[in-house]
Write a protein that binds this ligand. Structure first.
Ligand SMILES: Nc1ncnc2c1ncn2[C@@H]1O[C@H](COP(=O)(O)OP(=O)(O)OP(=O)(O)O)[C@@H](O)[C@H]1O
Ligand SMILES: [Mg+2]
Length: 275
């Protein structure tokens, strides 16, 4: 359903995505893991054109978009317009929630469908109440994000993604900004979504989710998908030995690039890895 062909992206002359091809089927749950600076966030952001790839092709269902060197990292306003479908059909959930602080939970959910998709407010509002029920926040419709815990805010953000009726949801480290005691409620919601058949691509440091919930795991390293397969295949792969050892050493993220043999190409930019 989602097909990426030969995506490449460089920042300031440094390749961050190096000829990435990937296809994800409807209902599939794919986790992306790997060291800081590997290109995981950039891959997600390129998928829905939050970041514009330098070259490659992105297809979603029947539609397809070719990026070529003439565009090099930019879209014209007309192209942005023509590719709105890609951003709306691949909803994104960010580490930092990115909710509108000055709007109620209900308004946060209604914004996309009413403003971008131009759906009727009445119908959207009804649907929003259903989605709030689904994410376990029915009683918070009129609360503001600042009234909510981080876990609740992230569940609102997932609800907002669902409101777009996306073909798939892209998650970029959705639990990394949460206090440890709030991680569980968000993972539980994501697990339920996965079981309900939602197509999901999840960048995560939560190995329990990657191992236990995903159909497939991709290990990214140095701008490439270095290993891909079932959770068992990937976590048993010798290429992950270093990464797994580091994860074991510190259960929380903030991985540091200290592996001697991974040194040269990637060690420089890793510190400012952003999401
Ligand atoms: N907008 C940007 N401008 C310049 N360089 C960028 C930009 N976004 C990412 N990079 C660089 O691209 C590389 C890959 O970044 P990316 O955020 O995709 O890594 P990541 O795998 O998500 O890492 P992390 O686990 O730390 O989130 C890094 O070296 C980063 O500094
Ligand atoms: Mg990232």
């Amino acid at each position: 359903m989602i097909e990426l062909e030969h995506l490449t992206k460089s920042f300031n002359g440094k390749k961050v995505l190096d000829d990435i091809s990937l296809s994800v089927g409807a209902g599939e749950v794919v986790s992306i893991i790997g060291p800081s600076g590997a290109g995981k966030s950039t891959l997600l952001r390129c998928m829905n054109l939050l970041e514009v790839p330098d070259a490659g092709r992105i297809s979603l269902g029947e539609r397809s978009m070719e990026l070529n060197a003439s565009g090099r990292g930019h879209l014209s306003i007309a192209e942005r317009f023509r590719t709105t479908w890609l951003r709306t059909e691949l909803s994104m959930v960010f580490q930092q929630f990115n909710l509108w602080d000055h709007k109620t939970v209900l308004s946060n959910l209604m914004e996309g469908p009413t403003i971008v998709l131009k759906e009727s407010r009445k119908e959207v509002e009804q649907r929003a109440h259903g989605v709030l029920e689904q994410v376990g926040l029915a009683e918070k419709a009129h609360a503001y994000p600042s009234d909510l815990s981080g876990g609740q805010q992230q569940r609102v953000a997932i609800g907002r993604a669902l409101m777009m009726r996306p073909k798939a949801i892209l998650f970029d480290e959705p639990t990394s900004a949460l206090d440890p005691e709030l991680v569980g409620e968000v993972l539980e919601l994501m697990t339920n979504l996965a079981r309900s058949g939602m197509t999901m691509i999840v960048v995560t440091h939560e190995m329990s989710f990657a191992k236990g919930v995903s159909d497939r795991v991709l290990f990214m390293e140095n701008a490439k998908i270095a290993v891909s397969g079932t959770p068992d295949e990937v976590f048993g792969h010798p290429r992950l030995a270093n990464y797994a050892a580091k994860l074991g050493a510190s259960a929380s993220p903030a991985p540091r690039e200290s592996a001697p043999e991974a040194a040269a190409p990637d060690a420089s930019g890793e510190a400012e890895g952003r999401s």
